[in-house]
Design a protein around this ligand. Structure first.
Ligand SMILES: Cc1ncc(COP(=O)(O)O)c(C=O)c1O
Length: 413
């Protein structure tokens, strides 16, 4: 155990502030802490360099310390970090979001994804006068959504019904439902259209949680990609290239409900996140950022798929190219927090362990940044080839793991 990790465990519960960054999510040879990032690369406390394909869990879309973003943030910080009245940039950035996101007629800013999803469902409940929320996917840590239910009253939990894609009930929307909130990339455009119609029929709002897909699958999110427009949508992660910011956006008739609900906070509208978002949008409009993310993802996916086939290992990369997720079929990928069952992610952990030995950080899959160079991608492809060779030469992944297998993430498949 590193010195930093043992100090962290003394003063921070679990030694970590974000579940998905914790030791339990990484192989034992991963650095316990990172100290610096530039472009698509990061350095640990011992100055070891890695090509990063986890990217802070998604916010880094252009690259660490993108020059235009940093310049805009410096200018904003020169103005001041926060004010006693709205910052002038709030208006311009809200206007920009209404230009690039299909459903966005009005905008409310938050600081993280959980702010936005929690505010969106409160808006839907206030608008419809109904309490029940139907949900698919991960939407943050609030009482309405947290998969870890410890400390959340049963009465609150009962109001959030999980949608199961495994049966054909996923689109049944009753008239007591205030909103259906989903991670839209788990649904085909056809399923989304059906959900759209069923929500309209039941008078429920359709909310796309685009915290992961926004600015990544397309600038305007999965709604731009699929052509299906929700009533409300939530954006965060990539919109600030790492600076804290989120937004609930949507149709005017629903967004006006924000005038009478209690969504507010001292730090909402603080200057760095707004300035960063402006710079991200300008760059994404001017340069082929999205095309490059897709190109990187398609290259990695084809090498991974070819290696899996050649080595006879039952593995795939799922999801859309800008963010790909590992599935190793020998693993039991069941979330113990949600379903209270032991999980085994040994193949995935061994794969990530092998990548880390080759200077590649990727624990649950590959997320891409515009700053990843062709040679970064080529190095990742070589590491994938080597990792499959390691996997092909063991009977049981546990035999080659240097520590425990990682535990599953919070997100349902
Ligand atoms: C789809 C989705 N929604 C909401 C959240 C919550 O965002 P945050 O962790 O910034 O509160 C996440 C975080 O991973 C997410 O992936």
């Amino acid at each position: 155990m590193t010195d930093l990790l043992s100090r962290a465990l003394r003063v921070i519960p679990s030694g970590c502030n974000t579940f998905s960054k914790s030791r339990a999510q990484w192989p034992a040879n991963a650095p316990s802490h990172l100290g610096r990032g530039r472009g698509g690369h990061v350095w640990d406390a011992q100055q070891r360099e890695y090509i990063d394909f986890t990217l802070g869990l998604g916010p880094i879309i252009l690259g660490y310390k993108d020059p235009e973003v940093e310049h805009s943030v410096r200018l904003a910080l020169d103005d001041g970090p926060i004010f006693s009245m709205p910052y002038q940039l709030e208006v311009a950035i809200a206007e920009m979001l209404t230009e690039v996101i299909p459903c966005a007629e009005m905008v409310k800013f938050g600081l993280n994804g959980s702010d936005a999803t929690t505010a969106a469902v409160r808006c839907a409940r206030a608008h419809t006068g109904r309490d029940v929320i139907r949900s698919h996917g991960y939407h943050g840590w609030s009482d309405t959504f947290s998969p870890n239910t410890a400390g959340i009253p049963q009465a609150t939990r009962a109001l959030t019904e999980q949608i199961d894609l495994g049966d054909d009930m996923w689109d049944a929307v009753d008239r007591n439902v205030a909103a259906v909130i989903i991670e839209p990339d788990n649904f085909s455009p056809g399923m989304l259209r059906r959900l759209r119609e069923n929500c309209d029929r039941a008078g429920a709002l359709l909310i796309f949680d685009e915290v992961l897909t926004g600015f990544r699958i397309a600038l305007g999110g999965y709604q731009e990609y699929s052509g299906v427009t929700p009533d409300l949508a939530t954006f965060s992660k990539a919109m600030g290239n790492g600076y804290p910011i989120s937004a609930v956006v949507g149709k005017r008739e629903y967004m006006q409900t924000f005038e009478r609900i209690g969504f507010s906070g001292t730090f909402l509208g603080s200057t760095p996140g707004l300035a960063a978002t402006g710079a991200v949008i300008r760059k994404m409009r001017a340069e082929p950022v999205i095309a490059r993310l897709w190109e990187h993802g398609n290259t990695i996916k084809s090498v991974f798929t070819e290696c899996a086939k050649e080595s006879g290992i039952d593995a795939e990369l799922t999801g859309l190219a800008p963010r790909l997720v590992f599935r190793f079929k020998g693993d039991t990928d069941v979330d113990p927090i949600i379903r209270d069952r032991p999980a085994r992610l040994a193949w995935r952990t061994l794969f990530a362990q092998s990548l880390i030995e080759r200077g590649i950080l990727a624990n649950f899959g590959f997320t891409f940044a515009y700053a990843h160079s062709d040679s970064d991608i080529e190095r990742a492809c070589e590491a994938i080839r080597d990792a499959f060779e390691v996997l092909a030469n063991v009977d049981k992944p546990e035999d080659a793991l240097i520590g425990e297998a990682a535990s599953p993430g919070l997100r349902a498949a």
